[in-house]
Design a protein around this ligand. Structure first.
Ligand code: PXL
Length: 258
């Protein structure tokens, strides 16, 4: 049995965060473990309450999992603030967790912040160097680099600039760029690779980032090479978007069974 760990926030609505990650791990036949970083009172309409957990408790959860159920791959999602980022980076190093997928979550679907602005520096300095892959969307990449990304050329430059921050690979997601297709760029030391998928017109987009990064993490836990994991996870995300269930009155969840 392969094991994956998610270090992320709780979404009471079940469409994103730890809940989405565990559903995705199960879908891929991987045993899911978790370390909660924060708790949201949330539904498809937005975040009603947010509570950050103590960094020492986040560290302790990772330690408990690592010492008894050593994960074959791990991911991070919403991390809340710089102190939690630092606790996670320390635990990842101490317990040798990897491959590590870092999804640099900054805001929830409706725009509610899930990472303090001053934590962006800690994310870049402490966690990115430990990552096998980071998976920013356009808005997150702009915040990380402090520069706008409007075209595919600018996205290519941004992906290379993010790679220079220390992760082994960067998946810059193009879902927020204009165009018929959703083009994601994978930057590795070997170069750039584009992954294209149809753009799915749907309101059910809550948890797309979590779902993709969790699928990649599950596939890495199963031993897939990075490029294969990214391609398979993207195909799964498209199916999950196309078959999303009509739940909630806002941005509904995806179909994690897809
Ligand atoms: O999809 C980003 C995300 C991550 N983590 C939690 C969330 C969300 C989006 O809503 O709620 C807990």
């Amino acid at each position: 049995m392969r094991v994956a760990l998610t270090i992320a926030g709780s979404d009471s609505g079940g469409g994103a965060g730890v809940q989405a990650d565990l559903k995705v791990f199960t879908r891929f036949g991987v045993y899911g473990t978790s370390a909660l970083t924060l708790i949201t009172a949330q539904n498809t309409l937005g975040v009603q309450e947010l509570y950050l957990l103590p960094p020492a408790l986040v560290y302790a959860q990772i330690r408990s999992v690592a010492e008894d159920l050593p994960p074959h791959a791990a991911k991070t999602g919403a991390l809340g603030d710089a102190a939690i980022v630092e606790a996670v980076a320390e635990a990842v190093g101490r317990f040798g967790l990897g491959p590590l997928v870092v999804d640099p979550v900054m805001v929830a679907k409706g725009g509610d912040p899930l990472l303090a602005p001053e934590a962006v520096a800690a994310l870049k300095e402490k966690l990115f160097p430990l990552a096998s892959l980071i998976t920013p969307n356009r808005l997150e990449a702009e915040a990380l680099l402090g520069a706008p990304i409007r075209t595919l050329e600018e996205a290519e430059e941004a992906a290379k600039a993010l790679l220079a921050l220390g992760p082994k690979a960067v998946l810059l997601k193009g879902g927020h760029l204009e165009g018929e297709e959703a083009v994601d760029l994978l930057a590795t030391p070997e170069g750039l690779q584009a992954f294209r998928a149809q753009r799915v017109p749907t309101r059910n987009t809550h948890g797309t980032g979590c779902t993709l990064s969790a699928a990649i993490t599950a596939l890495l836990a199963l031993g897939r090479p990075l490029e294969v994991a990214v391609a398979e996870a993207k195909a799964y995300l498209t199916r999950a978007l196309l078959s999303a269930p009509p739940l909630g009155r806002g941005h509904g969840p995806l179909n994690h069974w897809a």
